[in-house]
Design a protein. Structure first.
Length: 255
């Protein structure tokens, strides 16, 4: 069931989204060669704590996962697409890092992700990140009243495929509200004009995920969480929580 939010609820969700944006900014600023992913998680925890916010990631335990998620960020490096568990890994020169973060404030959830490089960047990684951001922007531009979920999916997929990148099947965006994952699902590839009509008050997490080699193949690592590319190619992830409004898309997780 898709919940339609009131304008007051959208304002409350914007407050949660702002905390997410602050956490992602702090993590990106702290990321440097030699810093552990666990330290980046601590950076995000400090931002959430200062804001009086909770984490929808910490202890999240869907049916398919063997254990609850142990952190407030997903930290996915190089061939990790999403759901990487932050720990003792120290960032290396040239790493491609994707950080996904959420916040719960006054009962409302915000969810966003950003990809960036550490140290000397590979040109191919910069292009991959640029296209992930371009795909996100295209998806947001399609998130307007009168369009359908398929229009968002088509816009994202067109950017990814035209650039020669892969799209991991089975992963995509979702509704957001009182919980992190609500209806409807938002695929990263699809047919324009199909799917649920978009209405004022719907809130969606739009999140393209790109595989650099062009393959769609991936697997879940032995930790039961981290999703990796099958051919060890690099991946990038970008995400915003977006409200559908009569005045156009409203990005709730902008800084």
């Amino acid at each position: 069931m898709v919940e339609i939010k009131t304008d007051a609820s959208l304002d409350a969700m914007r407050a949660a989204g702002r905390v997410v944006a602050q956490a992602l900014t702090a993590v990106r600023e702290a990321a440097a060669v030699g810093v552990t992913l666990g330290a980046l998680d601590e950076t995000a925890r400090a931002v959430l704590r200062e804001a009086g916010a909770g984490s929808p990631f910490l202890d999240y335990h869907p049916a398919w996962a063997p254990t609850p998620f142990p952190a407030v960020i997903c930290a996915s490096v190089n061939d990790a697409i999403v759901h990487g568990i932050p720990g003792s890994y120290r960032l290396h020169d040239g790493d491609l890092v994707s950080i996904d973060c959420g916040a719960v404030l006054d009962g409302w959830v915000g969810d966003a992700a950003v990809s960036f490089t550490v140290g000397r960047a590979r040109p191919d990684d910069l292009r991959l990140i640029d296209k992930a951001n371009e795909a996100l922007e295209a998806g947001i531009a399609a998130a307007v009243v009168g369009n359908r979920i398929g229009d968002i999916a088509h816009a994202i997929g067109r950017v990814c495929r035209s650039a020669g990148y892969g799209i991991p099947g089975g992963f995509g965006g979702h509704g957001v509200g009182r919980t992190m994952h609500e209806d409807p699902g938002v695929p990263n590839e699809g047919r324009a004009g199909r799917g649920l009509p978009l209405r004022h008050g719907m809130v969606l997490a739009i999140e393209p995920m790109l595989i650099g080699s062009g393959t769609d193949r991936h697997f879940t690592a032995r930790d039961g969480w981290t999703v990796r590319t099958l051919d060890s190619s690099r991946a990038a992830h970008a995400e915003h929580t977006v409200a559908i409004t009569d005045d156009g898309p409203r990005i709730l997780t902008a800084l």
